[in-house]
Design a binder for this molecule. Structure first.
Ligand code: PXL
Length: 293
């Protein structure tokens, strides 16, 4: 079985980060191991949240992993613990960027897929607790990734460009090319609005083919927390299941839209996240159909 490592926080309340990655990556057929970067009482949009940063604990976990190894199939000998993909999201400190790089080096060398969601901002603003300095640290990780999954705000921050709500698609492509020229691999930009104002989706730059593709779905009049994490988890899980980047992005775009539609009647969802759980069978059917085609 393929094994994915998800490196991000665990927010006790409010579906996001690990509470989303674990069920979705598992549903897509891979083992989902975790390296929690912080424990929060709830995600940072809640007032007065409690946070315990785990930067100092991570080196001890990595040391222990090095000594465990994993028993090989017949129980004889050990082999080094390794992952087929490492997907990182919300990091609690700049030092954690170095810790992710250490994980890549020690547990996920090529052909391990390195997916980076630079989860640090939305709606033109950095999340509570982050400063501008953190952006340059996160950029370092993005520039070493195979696939980066920024939203619009994060793309503007990573390219040091003033935030715009209605950016011209040609400008977005230019910024993506700039990040790629600086070292990033493929880039999947989320939260892109369509020309007519009634659609939203992702702009995919596939570094292997040097081709841009857009994956669009209907735009709903609602904003929910954690949808970016659902997107990145499905994208990673689908790629590990064998789908090429663009198909995985199309699936993730469709699934996020599907979950939003299923949540529209829930007044609490803005804070608690979309009700993705009942939509998991839909996701699994879709990925199966894609793998057959
Ligand atoms: O959904 C991204 C995210 C992840 N983790 C934490 C967050 C957020 C967004 O606000 O606060 C703790």
């Amino acid at each position: 079985m393929k094994r994915v490592l998800s490196i991000q926080d665990i927010s006790c309340i409010g579906r996001c980060s690990l509470t989303v990655a674990l069920p979705l990556i598992s549903a897509l057929g891979a083992e989902c191991a975790v390296l929690p970067t912080a424990v929060l009482s709830a995600h940072t949009a809640f007032e007065d949240f409690f946070v315990r940063d785990l930067t100092d604990e991570i080196p001890m976990i990595l040391t222990a992993w090095k000594s465990h190894g994993t028993l090989s199939g017949n129980g004889e000998g050990t082999k080094t613990l390794s992952f087929d993909a490492v997907y990182s999201g919300y990091l609690a400190s700049a030092r954690q960027v170095q810790e992710v790089k250490e994980v890549w080096r020690d547990f996920g060398p090529s052909p391990c897929l390195h997916v980076v969601d630079p989860a640090m901002a939305d709606d033109g603003k950095l999340y509570e607790g982050f400063s501008k300095d953190f952006v340059s640290s996160m950029k370092e990780l993005v520039l070493s990734s195979d696939v980066a999954v920024p939203n619009l705000t994060e793309l503007f921050l990573l390219t040091n460009t003033p935030y715009q709500t209605d950016a011209d698609p040609e400008l977005l492509k230019e910024l993506i090319r700039k990040l790629h020229a600086e070292g990033a691999g493929s880039i999947v930009l989320t939260g892109c609005r369509g020309d007519e104002g009634d659609s939203i989706g992702s702009l995919v730059y596939d570094a292997d083919s040097d081709v841009f593709t857009t994956c669009m779905g209907p735009l709903y009049d609602a904003i929910y927390h954690g949808t970016g994490d659902i997107f990145a988890s499905v994208l990673t899980g689908a790629m590990v299941a064998g789908l090429p980047l663009t198909k995985a992005a199309a699936l993730a775009t469709d699934f996020v839209g599907h979950c939003i539609q299923a949540t529209l009647q829930d007044p609490d969802a803005k804070w608690y996240g979309v009700s993705f759980e009942k939509e998991i069978p839909y996701l699994v059917d879709k990925v199966r159909a894609e793998r057959v085609n």
